[in-house]
Ligand binder design. Structure first.
Ligand code: SAM
Length: 385
């Protein structure tokens, strides 16, 4: 039976940081933001279920499509600085944002799309076949945790590029396909891997093999779930769990009825994050941005919950994952990026009415600073190559 030592070291680091975040900022910015985001998510969830698991009704006009992208206009407007440049969509999904970028760009402009899910690549290639034939678009299978090497291998001239988009989390298609195991609304296998050939553990391994204490910690850290002990106990008592339906049933047995949907959303989110190493991949991609972008090039990061957004906010502001900036002897900030005015951007009511997923989306945009600033950051803070 695996113990904590069987949990990959990166997950322990990420989990420890989650705990440190809470301790080092009691009642402070991070806590307030987490509370606000939690409140926003709970408000969402009471209307639509999981913030990523939108119901057919909530998806409305987009039901049946691969994925309805959020904040499309804002992303294209704020990310593109050179219409003839090269842009990386590191979370290609169904290609909605990539299509908008291609429309915004001049004929010489290019988009390199990356996704770890082969189903996303197939959908995007289909949608963007014309651009692909014209040499303006290429779809590449990969994990954005390896952003530096993906840019080097697939961007013209090996990069750097003019912009990088990260639209985090899972697509509606991944949630809607019961066989992928992301949904607590439909019975399916306990899988949850975005990339099923990646050799990662499945959700079944986590819920059936992990010690109760590790499961409890996972629910606290990645689900911010207050009833983690009761749920971990119920899951262990219900073993072996064979599908998402059985897992949802075990979770329901440990919660008080009005909170069921919110709790299920948090439990499934926590498992999904662990199965896919989502926070570790995000941190690695953020670290790689200063090396992947040209000076003045931009990044746009869309997050859907506070664990993602806190990391994006801190890195885009400070070049590391703590809450305060690093300064030199003269008080100058040492950071590789500069957030643009107005970040974070959120969807307006009109978009939220059309696409409920937009309610919890936060878009942060930052520009890469000049080479001297990036070199100084590399020397003093470390990170990105
Ligand atoms: C919210 S969807 C993106 C939707 C996309 N913007 C669109 O317009 O359709 C997130 C996508 O990112 C992919 N993804 C998540 N983590 C990834 C990672 N570490 N590396 C590569 N792709 C990832 C998922 O497979 C999913 O297709």
């Amino acid at each position: 039976m695996p113990t904590l030592s069987a949990v990959p070291a990166f997950e322990l680091n990420v989990a420890l940081r989650c705990r440190r975040d809470r301790r080092s900022d009691p009642g402070g910015e991070a806590t307030r933001h987490a509370q606000q985001t939690r409140h926003a998510q709970q408000t969402d969830m009471s209307k639509q279920g999981d913030h990523s698991e939108t119901s057919e009704t909530a998806r409305g006009a987009f039901a049946g499509s691969y994925h309805a992208p959020v904040l499309v206009g804002a992303v294209a407007r704020r990310l593109v600085t050179d219409p003839a440049g090269t842009y990386v969509d590191a979370t290609l999904g169904g290609g909605g944002h990539a299509a908008a970028l291609l429309e915004t760009l001049a004929p010489e402009g290019r988009v390199v799309g990356i996704d770890r899910d082969p189903e996303a690549l197939a959908a995007a290639r289909d949608r963007l076949a014309e651009a692909q034939e014209a040499g303006r678009f290429v779809a590449v299978r990969g994990n954005f945790a390896r952003l530096a090497s993906l840019v080097e291998a697939h961007a013209p001239g090996g990069g750097p590029v003019d912009g990088v988009l990260l639209d985090l989390g899972v697509s509606s298609h991944q949630i809607d396909a019961a066989r992928r195991g992301f949904s607590f609304r439909k019975d399916g296998p306990l899988d949850m891997r975005m990339d099923r050939e990646g050799g990662r553990r499945t959700a079944a391994q986590v819920v059936n093999d992990w010690p109760e204490d590790d499961l409890k910690q996972l629910l606290y850290d990645y689900g911010e779930e207050g009833r983690a002990p009761q749920i971990a106990r119920a899951v262990c008592e219900a073993r072996p769990l064979r599908g998402t339906g059985a897992l949802a049933e075990a979770v329901r047995s440990a919660v008080i009825p009005p909170d069921e949907t919110k709790t299920l959303a948090r439990v499934f989110q926590a498992l999904r994050i662990a199965v896919n190493g989502e926070l570790e991949a995000l941190e690695a991609a953020l670290h790689a941005l200063p090396g992947a972008l040209k000076a003045g090039g931009r990044t746009a990061v869309i997050s859907y919950h506070s664990l993602e957004d806190r990391r994006a906010k801190r890195f885009l502001r400070h070049g590391h994952f703590e809450s305060t900036p690093v300064r030199d002897l003269y008080g100058h900030r040492i950071a590789p990026l500069e957030t643009t005015d107005g970040s974070p951007f959120t969807a307006d009511e009109d978009e939220i009415q059309r696409n409920a997923r937009a309610r919890s989306a936060r878009l942060r945009v930052a520009a890469r600073r000049d080479d001297d600033a990036v070199d100084e950051w590399r020397k003093r803070v470390g990170g990105g190559s």
